[in-house]
Design a protein around this ligand. Structure first.
Ligand code: LLP
Length: 448
């Protein structure tokens, strides 16, 4: 089937909202035919705040963070991947939960710092961090910088030496493990722009270089095998590969890593039929694999870091839209146009992502209509959900697209000079705007 094409055999699934299982956030409930999250009536919230609107269920986020902490234990660290969702309120929430933060580049670092996050708990990522970004990270005394290439190793060494400091680093390794996910978000294979390869000897050269360069303290290794992963066996494969490499490093350089960072990647349920692996199982698999592999290699047990993004925030997020038009094309399909689209959710166009949607003000009814939810932008590819089952839509209805808390706000754009939605945290019946909607003035703020 062509990209974004409609399946002529698709039928509405007739499920009600309550039957959407793991796609729903922890506090989702249906009362008086309305969808409530965090004790807040979403249809009412949409009318108060306007749409498009990003809503985040705080209880769901904290539940996931705590599940990771419990699954990996107190000796290991959970570093939320800020690329999935980041603003000052999220940074404060993470600090309150005692989590670390993985930032990708200088902008995310600036957001974390502006919210007062402890920089010792920050891990700086990126496959081509600029000289300025590296200097910012070093001056901010970031806990760890993950070096991705030889040029970065030299830059970190020089910048730290110039400042009379020693910067702790990890080396990003390509474990040569192939995760079963979309090729755009698969990162651990040998043919990847990220990190140092093992089979070509680059990883070993990088370790040797890191151990020799002044201003650098090599603390360990990092791998990230991909994202939206359901079958978790590749994590154990990556651990085995790393343990073998560590055995080599021990004998060649008398180096043993204090830290192993295993990245993020755990998948979530975007559709009711999806069956993601539980955080607890991922924790058990990784901690057991590391304990066994390092014990049999007679190496000391390293501290583990994990960097989950999507599995912390995706299910917590709901995007609310108002239906503007319903276009029934006889014998073809029904288009439901909403007041957002590819500017607030590029994932459908980019990855063929699938979403479940409900009408927040008809949430108790069966989803008896099969529609394609499209945005308001000047592109045929401006789609939010193809062949989505929803309750029979009418203009003015509030569509809630579920599972949009990860990589939606952070990948949003101003195409068509669309203003970005506000972000609202909901918790215990209270809705708090943590990021206001953009204004037209914001759109022109950089124009001179
Ligand atoms: N650590 C590193 C080094 C990463 O590159 C990533 C994601 C993560 C952690 C977090 O992975 P997660 O737990 O969220 O899967 N824009 C794509 C996802 C790109 C992921 C990039 N790296 C999407 O919307 O699906």
């Amino acid at each position: 089937m062509a990209h974004l094409a409609h399946d002529p055999n698709a039928r509405p699934d007739e499920r009600t909202t309550a039957q959407l299982g793991a796609v729903l956030s922890k506090t989702a409930e249906v009362k008086n035919d309305h969808l409530f999250v965090g004790g807040v009536d979403l249809a009412e919230l949409a009318r108060e705040q306007g749409t498009a609107l990003y809503v985040m269920d705080v209880a769901q986020i904290t539940q996931q963070l705590r599940a990771y902490k419990a699954a990996f234990g107190p000796d290991n660290r959970v570093a939320f991947a800020g690329k999935a969702f980041l603003n000052k309120a999220m940074v404060r929430l993470l600090a309150g939960e005692g989590c670390y933060l993985d930032v990708s580049g200088g902008g995310e670092l600036a957001i974390a710092r502006s919210a007062g996050f402890d920089t010792a708990h920050i891990i700086v990522h990126g496959n081509n961090k600029t000289e300025i970004e590296l200097a910012e990270a070093i001056e901010a005394t970031a806990g760890l910088i993950v070096a991705d290439c030889f040029e970065e190793l030299e830059r970190i060494s020089r910048l730290a030496t110039e400042r009379g400091v020693t910067q702790s680093i990890l080396l990003r390794i390509k474990p040569g493990v192939v995760a079963d996910t979309h090729e755009f978000i698969r990162t651990g294979a040998e043919d990847s722009k990220f990190g140092f390869g093992l089979s070509d000897g680059m990883a070993q050269t990088a370790v040797k270089m890191a151990l020799q360069l002044p201003g650098i303290r090599l603390k360990g290794l990092h791998v990230h095998i991909g994202s939206q992963i359901f079958a978790i066996a590749p994590y154990a494969e990556a651990v085995a590969v790393l343990a073998d490499f560590c055995t080599l490093l021990q004998s060649e350089y008398d180096f043993t890593p204090e830290v192993l960072d295993l990245g993020g990647g755990l998948g979530i349920a975007y559709q009711a039929s999806d069956e993601p692996t539980a955080i607890k199982e991922l924790g058990a698999l990784i901690t057991t694999a590391v304990a066994e592999a390092f014990a049999s290699a007679e190496l000391p047990l390293p501290q583990l870091i994990v960097e989950p993004g999507r599995s912390i925030v995706a299910t917590a997020g709901i995007t609310l839209y108002t239906v503007g038009a319903v276009k029934e094309l006889k014998g073809i399909r029904c288009y439901v146009a909403v007041d957002g689209g590819m500017t607030d959710n590029i994932r459908t166009a980019l990855y063929d992502a699938k979403y479940e949607a409900v009408i927040a003000n008809k949430a108790g009814c069966k989803r008896d209509a099969l529609v394609t939810i499209v945005g308001k932008h000047c592109e045929s590819g401006d789609v939010v959900a193809i062949d989505a089952s929803i309750q029979t839509p009418q203009p003015g209805d509030i569509v809630a697209v579920l599972g949009t808390g990860a990589y939606n706000a952070t990948m949003s754009s101003n195409y068509n000079a669309q203003v970005r939605p506000a972000v609202v945290f909901v918790e215990d019946g209270t809705a708090t705007v943590v990021q206001r909607r953009e204004t037209y003035a914001d759109l022109m703020a950089r124009d001179i």
